[in-house]
Write a protein that binds this ligand. Structure first.
Ligand SMILES: Nc1ncnc2c1ncn2[C@@H]1O[C@H](COP(=O)(O)OP(=O)(O)O)[C@@H](O)[C@H]1O
Ligand SMILES: [Mg+2]
Length: 256
């Protein structure tokens, strides 16, 4: 079966005084349709660059990035992108923020309204649909950003440390909500995080990257059942996988 997203021998350099800086070195990765893949690795190992290329916001240097087997040519409504910073329009209400992305799709007004309503409900913000972002907590702002991405109905969600700025409790709630939505409206998710627990809790597979140059260090399968519950989180198997990921993130041999 054609992978949903493929990175084929992808390298990327950035020009730097005194020569190019190799940010990503020959990355090969296939993400299957409806798979949930998390990416962890030290700061600067190229996680955001990798995701930005899948989003069509950054061009690969060499190699190919394919979506359903076709080269990525730029951003598109088939991919929803969510960053750590919520990037909401401060002068628009939650509802208007969520509807904004739909305007570009030329949907009739009542269809826009319906889709926005559904997405806002999915993230549990219905009571705040008419609130402005400045009146919301960080967690609620991020829910709004997620609703905006959901509303467009993308087959792929690209999430770059989306819960990184949130407190631990809000984070766990949003993790559960994301998994809940993912299991009901199966989509392909590529999710970057600094947090090893989060990486294991969410994923079918964890991609561990290494730095200098940025590359894939290991890919670790997470053979834990969904739904991921408290029980799963506290299981010995979870600990075992978490320790394995932790070890491969923090005890990487330096690049040859
Ligand atoms: N536009 C750019 N110009 C120059 N260097 C960049 C640019 N974007 C990223 N880099 C460099 O590439 C490396 C990888 O960055 P990034 O993908 O943001 O890493 P991560 O998200 O894993 O922390 C870093 O060393 C960063 O400084
Ligand atoms: Mg980053």
């Amino acid at each position: 079966m054609t992978p949903k997203i493929s990175f084929r021998n992808v390298s990327k350099s950035f020009p730097l005084k005194g020569g190019d800086f190799l940010a990503l070195d020959r990355v090969d990765l296939d993400i299957a349709d409806r798979e949930f893949v998390t990416v962890v690795g030290p700061s600067g190992c190229g996680k955001s660059t990798l995701m930005s290329m899948a989003a069509g916001l950054t061009e690969p240097g060499t190699g190919d990035i394919l979506l359903d087997g076709a080269p990525v040519a730029g951003p598109g409504p088939d991919r929803g992108v969510i960053f750590q910073q919520y990037a909401l329009f401060p002068w628009l209400t939650v509802r208007k923020n969520v509807e904004f992305g739909l305007k570009l799709m030329n949907l009739p007004q009542d269809e826009r309204r319906k889709r926005a309503e559904h997405a806002i409900e999915l993230v549990g913000l219905s009571d705040f649909a008419d609130a402005l972002p400045k009146t919301l907590s960080g967690g609620m702002k991020q829910r709004c950003a997620i609703a905006r991405a959901y509303a467009v109905g993308p087959q792929v969600l690209l999430m770059d440390e989306p819960f990184g700025a949130l407190d631990a409790l809000t984070r766990v709630q949003l993790q559960d909500q994301l998994l809940d939505t993912w299991s009901r409206e199966r989509r392909t998710v590529m999710f970057i995080t600094h947090d090893v627990d989060e990486a294991v809790y969410l994923a079918n597979r964890v991609v561990v990257m290494a730095a200098r140059p940025g590359r894939i260090h290991r890919v670790i399968d997470v053979d834990l059942p969904y739904p991921r519950t408290e029980e799963v989180r506290l299981s010995p198997e979870f600990s075992r996988i978490r320790n394995e990921v932790w070890h491969s993130v923090y005890h990487q041999a330096p690049a040859a």
